[in-house]
Design a protein around this ligand. Structure first.
Ligand SMILES: NC(=O)c1ccc[n+]([C@@H]2O[C@H](COP(=O)([O-])OP(=O)(O)OC[C@H]3O[C@@H](n4cnc5c(N)ncnc54)[C@H](OP(=O)(O)O)[C@@H]3O)[C@@H](O)[C@H]2O)c1
Length: 211
């Protein structure tokens, strides 16, 4: 698939490298002139390409957004037309002071993102763990894969993202419509509080067991 990343930091670079290694055509959008993270990611993998942001978005089937939440509006609003019809994977999390929900739990960051690009097909994914697990999702001692919970309103978009989740080594677990994004964002805060503040291993992931 043709995939464009806006944001190539901890999360964007990890996923871009993994998806390029899996055989996808991955472009890093130059959202800011001289972005140090784009340069660093390009140095990590010779399979990655770079392009000006609007050109990169228009050429993509799937666009990953992996910017700080505060940057979403200035980055995405000017791209609303270019994003029409595209699958927009929201990797961002609104995190407020004290590791509280950055939008006071009144609305999810993904719903705000959808309002910035109303014709994009927003799917929230790759948010519930730290970037360490996006770099390396292998848990060879276990017979199950780590679960990646994701949500969105467009079934075809979710099918594409589910394949990318599989390609990065996770079990895709569709938790429903975009209305579920708020709950994924709280799940992220739980993980962050446990791991970044509470001393649990950054390798902590969830698995979906069924009977
Ligand atoms: N860190 C984690 O473990 C983790 C895990 C899951 C989800 N998330 C979420 O993923 C998102 C990215 O986190 P991260 O840790 O990858 O952040 P990061 O390492 O700081 O990278 C942020 C990226 O966004 C770009 N950026 C920042 N402000 C921008 C702006 N105004 N316009 C255009 N590009 C801008 C940066 O480009 P430059 O090179 O120009 O600075 C960089 O490529 C956040 O929303 C975070 O909550 C983080």
């Amino acid at each position: 698939m043709n995939i464009t990343f806006i944001g190539a930091g901890n999360v964007g670079a990890a996923l871009a490298c993994r998806l390029a290694e899996a055989g996808h055509h991955v472009v890093l959008a130059e959202a800011r002139d001289g972005s140090p993270t784009v340069a660093a990611a390009l140095a990590r993998s010779s399979r990655l390409r770079r392009a000006p942001v609007e050109e990169a978005v228009r050429a993509a089937e799937i666009v990953f957004l992996a910017t700080p939440f505060a940057a979403n509006e200035p980055v995405v609003a000017p791209l609303a037309d270019a994003l029409a019809g595209k699958v927009l994977v929201d990797c961002t999390n609104p995190v407020g002071p004290g590791l509280a929900h950055g939008l006071k739990s009144e609305r999810s960051g993904s719903q705000v993102l959808q309002s910035l690009a109303p014709k994009a097909r927003v799917v929230k994914a790759f948010t519930i763990y730290g970037f360490e697990n996006l770099e390396d999702a292998s848990y060879p001692a276990y017979a199950v894969l780590p679960a990646m919970l994701f949500c969105g309103d467009d079934g075809a978009a979710k099918a594409l993202v589910g394949q990318l989740i599989t390609d990065t080594g996770f079990e895709p677990v569709d938790v429903g419509g975009l209305v579920q994004a708020l709950h994924l964002e709280h799940m992220t805060l739980l993980w962050v509080r446990m791991v970044r503040a509470g001393g649990h291993s950054p390798g902590l992931v969830w698995a979906a067991l069924r009977r």
